[in-house]
Design a binder for this molecule. Structure first.
Ligand SMILES: C[S@@+](CC[C@H](N)C(=O)[O-])C[C@H]1O[C@@H](n2cnc3c(N)ncnc32)[C@H](O)[C@@H]1O
Length: 339
């Protein structure tokens, strides 16, 4: 059986799921510019630090799963932090091809990529991984609660689970655009993207930047407008999902407006006032915005962040939260991990 057919798994018979899988296999998202890897690494290290995780130590000798890894940029970043083993899974055979080639180029021997669905719990035994990360994946599946359950089950007692999911505030305008595409173009990813180019692609430049790194232009449009499943979870619902499954959230990014500006400065390595317009704006905001306070999701903090995302979502595709939690159980070791 071909690699791609094996991955169909549950929902494989579902026409929409199959179209989504075929689309991602063709467009190979995110396909970040490998020449900008240093920036990507600076950005990631900053984000993890704000979530309370020290990249120099937190994955040392651990086992890691990156579920819905796409072209594998995050997987390879995690593999570079010294874990014993990293597994990246995705249902896109095309993306995995890119990911495997990048791993071979980087000479990383502790990482493997498998064609597998996050909806199929039997891929791994319960508690197989110390750190489970799933960024931008489960909201594109036909059964988001099941996908989330599986991530929780694969996380070891005392281990960590990090997710990044669409947020309804950040994606308010985007959801309206997608509703319009449902009407005009139905469930055909190519037709949706053709219409999206005409109606919403107001930038029409040749480069999309994801967290400051150039991403495949078409990939970005397909990921946003061609994809046929795109659930949104509000932060309070997401936190509840964590807690009701015995995973206590302890970190998030972004949590303050200043988090975003600081991340931009960190990835650009800004130490002196930059000369470009965007850089100058970031430099000013960095000085104006208050220093981040306690990193807990109080009602006020949630509301302010959601308002900010709503504003950002009016000028861009919107943003989402990354939340990390620790699963109950296990015996804490010296580094504070379970097992
Ligand atoms: C928006 S991309 C995110 C890629 C990567 N994690 C990142 O942050 O750039 C979503 C990915 O989820 C994958 N995906 C969709 N449904 C999936 C499923 N049921 N199981 C595993 N991966 C899936 C897609 O093929 C795609 O590569």
């Amino acid at each position: 059986m071909a690699d791609a057919d094996q991955a169909a798994g549950p929902g494989g018979g579902d026409e929409r799921a199959e179209r989504t899988r075929a689309m991602y296999s063709r467009v190979r998202y995110p396909g970040l510019d490998p020449d900008a890897n240093a920036r990507y690494v600076r950005h990631r290290r900053f984000v993890y630090a704000r979530m309370g995780l020290d990249c120099d130590t937190f994955l040392r000798d651990r086992t890691v799963l990156d579920a819905g890894c796409g072209t594998g940029e995050e997987t390879l970043f995690l593999a570079s932090l010294g874990p014993a083993r990293v597994v990246g899974i995705d249902t896109s055979a095309g993306s995995l091809e890119v990911a495997r080639a990048s791993a071979a180029r980087a000479g990383l021997g502790n990482v493997e990529f498998r064609l597998a669905s996050v909806l199929e719990v039997t891929h791994f035994a319960d508690g197989s991984f110390d750190y489970v990360s799933s960024l931008g994946c489960i909201h594109h599946t036909p059964d988001m609660p099941r996908a989330f359950d599986n991530l929780c089950r694969w996380t070891a007692p005392g281990g960590l689970l990090a997710t990044f999911v669409y947020n309804p505030y950040g994606h308010f305008v985007y959801n309206l655009q997608c509703n319009a595409l449902d009407l005009i173009a139905g469930q055909d990813p190519d037709a949706r993207v053709r219409w999206a180019r005409r109606l919403f692609d107001w930038r029409r430049d040749k480069t999309f930047y994801r967290e400051g790194v150039a991403a495949a232009y078409d990939g970005r449009l397909y990921d946003k407008y061609g994809v046929l499943y795109r659930e949104c979870l509000s932060l309070s619902v997401l936190l509840r999902w964590y807690r009701t499954r015995g995973v206590e959230p302890f970190g998030a990014f972004p949590m303050y407006a200043r988090d975003m500006v600081d991340a931009l400065m960190a990835r650009e390595g800004m130490r002196t006032p930059p000369t470009d317009r965007r850089g100058r704006l970031a430099w000013r905001l960095h000085r104006l915005l208050p220093t981040p306070g306690p990193r807990q999701w109080t009602w006020r903090r949630r509301t302010l962040m959601q308002l900010l995302l709503l504003g950002l979502g009016c000028v861009d595709y919107g943003s989402a939260f990354r939340v990390v939690g620790r699963k109950a159980g296990g015996t804490a070791d010296a580094a504070g991990w379970g097992r």
